[in-house]
Design a protein around this ligand. Structure first.
Ligand SMILES: Nc1nc2c(ncn2[C@@H]2O[C@H](COP(=O)(O)OP(=O)(O)OP(=O)(O)O)[C@@H](O)[C@H]2O)c(=O)[nH]1
Ligand SMILES: [Mg+2]
Length: 613
């Protein structure tokens, strides 16, 4: 165990974690040079295309007599749950800071979580290849000082590296071996969670105990659990007991991430790898669960359960419907498999008059939703239509409190609408402070306090989650050329000045287009919606109104024009006049009948267009 080091790389988004990991893979000969490609650990197509890490990625490397288990983590705040799970599986972390950006919000947030998990954290400044001029020296040494102050080290303990050129990377890896402690038992997990106490697993008969920190599905081997072994040995001769579903299964295979899965004889204390459980039912695996292997399981096995993770709470909800009705089963299966690989998702069946049967899916944030929609399309080949993202509202009526997600569920009579609030921390370099102020009103900030953090300003405030979900991210980025950054946590509920807006086409409310909007911007948004509908809907046989309605009052209207059409062609000779009159009368009657039950068919494709930002 003394020759094992488990560590992760943590940083703000884009500070170069995956690129640094590339150099580690090269130095240790884990990936052959001819197979190397940039951000090698970003294996999903989507990760490669967007240039961001979505999933944590474990890899086992061997280097000068050591086994080094590295976990690369995502930087975006929507994927904080991935980071927290990686933290529980390792003893150390490299906190990477992009020299061109300096310390940003997720640098702070991730560092704080790593410390709270009891990790040894090494500070490193990345992208120093871009700072080679003599006048850059001052910038770098100032940043070195800031990072040292943050992680609590001396300035010269903050490494200067370039993931691009490889400069300083080998020295950093040597320091990981020196400074990160060898794997320890699970007491670190128990310390955080004082209610449980470990009852000495080592007494058990030759088996092993591991924390499941991730999972995925293999068509041949079934549910695969990514694990950190805390005690003993796990091998394919044994059975595995999964604590949460209280199930025992014969182990099919165990192995390491190289980073592709590679079978091995066993997994031992301190190691990171996978267990092929042979289980086909994806609902049996729970992230944070304890896997206990043994030839025979004793009765008191339950007392060996490790403290798992705090369950993530989805806060943004979107319903997905298959674009083709026949794909409902495919959507269902795909979501179940996705959930296995992304335990933060929640799924439950849903129904919509226009879109048919689908699923309501819960997410940790907007990017998480966008990424999932894309993964459905690419990895599972399901084309879907989705509704507007919504949050969980609490409705006060004169009798009770209701919890609703869809605006359609709002009762006719109610007293107040309450919405979820986040505690946000925005880190702004001085140059951009002015540009951030206007956003505070636009995104309904309250309880604003500011603090200086080194030479930057940290704005702390409360803000409706719905605003965060709309497009705070983009607006902040564009106002500050990407230099301001933020992190957030869900805080509380507050009474909201918002109203329900319905969209009506030809007099009928279109299900799925109703939304809660802030009272002061509702007119503008309603106008935008009806205009967009007018552009999108095909011309109808008869002119039809498109309206937006708030509290029984119409606040915006457009009309879909009628198709110009010829009312019967009776030839040059005009034909028989009475026949013509008769036909006209018939057409008029038909027109009235049609108009009285005019229905504009809103297809999934049209819906998709409308939901786009
Ligand atoms: N010049 C220079 N560019 C770098 C260096 N390291 C990374 N980059 C670039 O920075 C960008 C982000 O790199 P990634 O490695 O994907 O960053 P990341 O931290 O893994 O990003 P997320 O996982 O999405 O949080 C890419 O365009 C890299 O090419 C470096 O040392 N020097
Ligand atoms: Mg990355």
């Amino acid at each position: 165990m003394n020759n094992i080091r488990n560590f992760c790389i943590i940083a703000h988004i884009d500070h170069g974690k995956s690129t640094l990991a590339d150099r580690f893979l090269e130095i240790t000969g884990t990936v052959e040079k001819r197979n190397m490609r940039a951000q090698y650990l970003d294996q999903l197509d989507l990760e490669r295309e967007r240039g961001i890490t979505i999933k944590m990625a474990p890899v086992r490397m061997e280097y000068s007599g050591y086994i080094l288990n590295l976990i690369d983590t995502p930087g975006h705040s929507d994927f904080g749950y991935e980071v927290s799970r990686a933290l529980a599986a390792v003893e150390g972390g490299i906190l990477l800071v992009d020299a061109t950006q300096g310390i940003q919000a997720q640098t702070l947030a991730n560092f704080r979580s790593a410390k709270a998990s009891g990790l040894t954290v090494l500070g490193a400044i990345n992208k120093i290849d871009l700072f080679k001029n003599p006048e850059d020296r001052e910038t770098i040494s100032r940043l070195q000082k800031e990072v040292a102050e943050l992680v609590g080290s001396t300035e010269d303990e903050v490494f200067l590296v370039s993931g691009k050129t490889g400069e300083g990377v080998m020295e950093l890896l040597d320091e990981v071996i020196r400074r990160v402690p060898a794997p320890e038992g699970p007491h670190r997990l128990f310390e955080k969670n004082t209610s449980t106490e470990d009852s000495g697993f080592s007494k058990m008969n030759g088996g092993g105990r591991a924390l499941i920190f991730d999972s995925f599905y293999d068509d041949h081997k079934g549910v695969m659990a990514s694990v950190r072994v805390f005690d003993g040995e796990i091998n394919p001769e044994q059975n595995v007991y999964l604590a949460a579903p209280d199930t025992v299964s014969k182990i099919k295979e165990v192995g390491y991430f190289k980073p592709q899965i590679r079978a091995s004889k066993n997994l031992k204390t301190g190691e990171i790898g996978y267990i092929a459980t042979g289980i086909k039912d994806t609902s049996l695996i729970k992230i944070g669960d304890t896997a206990i292997s043994a030839a025979h399981h004793p009765d008191k096995i339950k007392s060996f359960i490790l403290p798992g993770y705090k369950e993530p709470r989805p806060v943004v909800f979107v319903s997905f419907y298959p674009e083709e009705n026949d794909d409902y089963e495919l959507l269902k299966k795909s979501l179940e498999k996705l959930k296995l690989n992304d335990s933060a998702l929640t799924i439950e069946p849903d129904q919509n008059e226009v879109l048919g049967r689908g699923y309501k899916v819960g997410f940790l944030g907007r990017l998480h939703f966008e990424i999932t929609a894309e993964r459905l399309k690419r990895e599972y080949k399901v084309e879907t239509v989705s509704t507007f993202p919504s949050v969980i509202y609490k409705i006060k009526t004169n009798r009770e409190w209701l919890t609703i997600i869809k605006p359609e569920e709002l009762p006719m009579e109610y007293e107040e609408i309450w919405e979820p609030i986040v505690k946000i921390a925005v880190l702004v370099p001085p140059k951009y402070l002015q540009s951030v102020y206007p956003l505070q009103a636009r995104f309904r900030f309250t309880d604003i306090t500011t603090e200086t953090f080194q030479d930057q300003t940290e704005i702390r405030a409360m803000m409706p989650l719905a605003e965060l979900v709309s497009d705070f991210d983009d607006q902040l980025k564009s106002a500050t050329a990407g230099f301001a950054s933020f992190s957030y946590e869900i805080a509380d509920y507050a009474k909201a000045d918002i109203v329900k807006t319905d969209i009506l086409v030809a007099g009928d409310v279109v299900p799925g287009l109703s939304r809660f909007l802030p009272r002061n911007t509702v007119e503008k948004e309603a106008r935008r919606m009806v205009e967009k509908l007018k552009e999108t809907l095909p011309r109808q046989q008869f002119a039809q109104p498109i309206q937006a309605r708030v509290n029984g009052k119409f606040i915006a209207r457009e009309d879909i024009p009628a198709v110009k059409k010829q009312l019967g062609n009776f030839g040059k000779n005009g034909g028989d006049r009475t026949r013509k009159m008769k036909l006209w009368a018939k057409q008029k009657k038909g027109k009235e009948r049609l108009q009285s039950r005019a229905q504009v068919r809103i297809t999934p494709a049209i819906f998709k267009e409308l939901i786009k930002k």
